[in-house]
Design a binder for this molecule. Structure first.
Ligand code: SF4
Length: 145
């Protein structure tokens, strides 16, 4: 049977980014249209509004550009989105690169200066722990058609 994907909602064309825009990725939109992928946005599920200030991870905490600690929102949303992915039978994820929630492998360093460091976003880390295979819009799965 075909792989079922959980995908970052912004890649599916949903305007849930912090700045009120989407990160539309045509391949991801196509998977959703075919019923093979389900969109989710952990920051929205965690109760953060749209638009919202950008956030970065600083020493294990998530802080927005106004200096507010939004770690609990990120954790609750990531947990809800991970449970949803498992409940929906997803075994792989296509996630927005470098997001403090969805990025995997590298994220920003917490200085809001565009500097990348090794690490996973909060949701990506939970999906990885749950054994879900991780891909991004810059590293799409090879068997999409
Ligand atoms: Fe996209 Fe993930 Fe950010 Fe939501 S949390 S806007 S799905 S990158």
């Amino acid at each position: 049977s075909q792989t079922r994907y959980i995908v970052s909602a912004c890649l599916a064309g949903i305007a849930c980014r912090y700045d009120g825009r989407a990160n539309t990725c045509p391949e991801v939109q196509q998977l959703v249209a075919e019923g093979r992928a389900i969109p989710a946005c952990p920051e929205f599920l965690g109760g953060l509004g749209m638009p919202r200030p950008p956030c970065e991870i600083v020493q294990g905490k998530v802080v927005n550009s106004n200096g507010q600690d939004v770690t609990q929102h990120f954790l609750l949303g990531a947990q809800a989105a991970t449970e949803f992915a498992i409940q929906q039978g997803c075994t792989a994820a296509i996630l927005k690169s470098r997001s403090p929630s969805c990025g995997y492998g590298q994220i920003y360093d917490g200085t809001f200066g565009g500097v990348l460091v090794k690490g996973d976003g909060i949701w990506a880390a939970l999906l990885r722990q749950a054994g879900i295979a991780l891909y991004s819009e810059e590293n799409l799965p090879e068997d999409l058609d």
